[in-house]
Design a protein around this ligand. Structure first.
Ligand code: ATP
Length: 354
């Protein structure tokens, strides 16, 4: 799939934004630059402040401190209806008594556009969102995915500079969600509009976003492309939150070796002391049982094309997950002793706070 081609130019600048609710700091000095035509995801566990941040961008919440600049202009004082941003609600908020076409036309009628212009824009958006054949139906006569498309079409038809989406696929089942993830990306690309989406679903953010921000307890932990976040997580929380990560607690020696019970691995670190080695299941290879480091297979999980071996070692409390091909996986049974080779170049080292 073609990625949207975001320009390097920021369209939206969030500067040191804070939101306090009494003693609770929901958003804590977050700064972000969001680029034109970018598909940007705000990701984090429940309560991390992502919805609050989105609502401040939309103008539904007043920041305690900080500013929001759209194309260089401070929009912080503007009420929601005067911002060239559009928020698509999780609940869709469609007008149930109106047809799909009327739902789409409504916002443009409020803008007092000519009938011809309204019809032209509605027809165009019906085509983009693949809703032409449902134009005369009422929302209740549509499936969940179709309703979701109507809500999206209604937001897009107004041609906002930035579209804010709060868990847009939250109400859909897994299969439909996956289909809609790709569709949403296609529609964003076609419409050439910047999307900022809130999600708590890591997979969803990885599939759709050009870049994403990971939030925790109101703070921004890391912002980057899905590859950067997956390959170079900035801290153990991010490493654990995105994808599967094995953590091995140990010590870096003065000679640059990471040491844990049964494991010694040369690492490039100029700092010694307690540290945690984070390694993805695909960056561990199965070696012969005589290899220096290894353990006993506890469980073998089937994942379609590949298998995940859960290996009990003396180096970590929980079993280490190792991703192997189905072919390799088929050679082993629970109880087998195997050796493990960690790709040190791909592992991340997190030093414990001094
Ligand atoms: P979720 O994924 O569960 O929707 P979230 O990341 O979107 O979570 P927010 O809804 O932004 O989180 O909430 C961030 C924090 O602020 C939470 O601790 C929440 O309890 C608190 N909070 C949100 N709105 C209010 C409010 N109106 N009054 C007081 N506290 C609030």
């Amino acid at each position: 799939m073609t990625a949207a081609a975001p320009s390097a130019k920021p369209i939206l600048k969030i500067e040191e934004i804070v939101k306090n609710y009494g003693p609770i700091t929901a958003v804590d000095r977050v700064s972000l630059d969001i680029r034109e035509k970018e598909f940007f995801a705000l990701l984090g566990p429940s309560g991390c402040g992502k919805t609050t941040l989105l609502r401040m961008l939309a103008g539904f919440e007043v920041p305690t401190a900080g500013r929001v600049l759209l194309e260089g202009r401070d929009i912080s004082p503007l009420p929601p209806e005067r911002r060239p941003l559009n928020l698509m609600f999780q609940s869709y908020a469609l007008f149930t008594h109106m047809s799909v076409r009327k739902n789409l036309a409504y916002g443009l009628e409020m803008e007092k556009l000519s009938r011809a212009e309204i019809d032209r824009r509605v027809d165009e958006i019906l085509a983009t969102t693949d809703l032409v054949r449902f134009a005369d139906r009422k929302p209740e006569q549509l499936s969940g995915g179709q309703k979701q498309r109507v809500a999206l079409a209604r937001a897009l038809v107004k041609r906002p500079k930035v579209l804010l989406l709060d868990e847009p696929l939250g109400a859909l089942d897994k299969k439909l969600r996956e289909k809609m993830q790709l569709e949403l990306k296609r529609m964003q690309h076609e419409a050439g509009i910047t999307f900022i989406i809130v999600t708590h679903d890591q997979e969803e953010a990885l599939v759709m976003a050009d870049r994403m921000a990971i939030l925790k307890d109101g703070r921004l932990l890391q912002c980057g492309t899905p590859e950067e976040i997956y390959e170079q997580p900035a801290d153990p929380f991010v490493a654990n939150f995105i994808g599967v990560m094995n953590f091995i607690e140990g010590t870096v020696s003065a000679t640059g070796a990471f040491e844990a019970p049964g494991l010694q691995l040369a690492v490039s670190s100029n700092r010694s002391g307690p540290a945690s080695l984070a390694v993805r299941p695909e960056h561990i290879a199965v070696a012969s049982a005589e290899a220096g480091f290894g353990g006993v297979i506890e469980e073998i999980a089937y994942h379609g094309l590949d298998r995940v071996l859960h290996v009990r070692t003396s180096a970590s409390q929980s079993a280490i997950q190792v991703r192997v091909s189905a072919e390799t996986g088929a050679r082993y049974r629970p109880g087998d002793r195997i050796g493990l080779g960690i790709d040190a170049a791909k592992a991340r080292l997190f030093h414990s706070a001094a």
